[in-house]
Design a protein around this ligand. Sequence first.
Ligand SMILES: [Zn+2]
Length: 251
Amino acid sequence: MSLCEVNGIVVYYVNYGESDRIIHLYTAERGLISALARGARKPNSALLNAVQPLVYGKYVLFENKGKYTVNTCELLETFYNARIDMDKFSAAMYMTSLMNNRSHEFMRSRRLFFLLYYSLTYISYKDECVPRDIAIAFLVKVLNEHGFIPQVKICGNCGRVLLNDSLIYFEPFKGHPLCFNCKTPESVQVEPTSLEAIVRILRLNVKDVYKVKMPLRISKELFKILNTYAETVLEEKFNGEIMFYDIDVQK
Ligand SMILES: [Zn+2]
């Protein structure tokens, strides 16, 4: 058994036994890990705050044969504002559901950790930002980190450049656009602006994700196609339904 120290954000938890809790931490050092926090749900536990969703802390863990147990935690940030506003909360919950994906266990990416940290910080403290749009930019960047962002300027079937096309379709299960001649029953029509938004988000530095602002119709369209694509390639259902909790997305 050995001790290790990680900087991590709680992206998921499940209660265990009478008073234990298992937390999933996305860490700067080791990617996604799970750790058992013994007795953490007891009212007088020193770990009570360390096992809440969205909490960012410096965790000291016991490691034994690849399994972790929380020893101590120094709280660094609780992202409190993201818990008390439904727009902020739903965006934060969506982003953490994306980070609680098995694919991250094998990919230790400091970039993803900082992307999560900055995105939660902006959602919590930058009032001029649009939480939903930050979460969509987050989704684009997570896909990109996995190598799943396609080029968006060429028809995925015939290879024609979609330069001046007014009618562009997107194949959400395959993650590429199609021209009018190649559209399939599964593909959905998208505005060229939506594909342009992907390109712009990819160019943005992680620290600038708060600048992403889109018309609502573009946000809805982008989210629908990219979340479907992410659920296909990352083989998991994410917390997508809460992202547009206040809007009928079918309209
Ligand atoms: Zn085509």
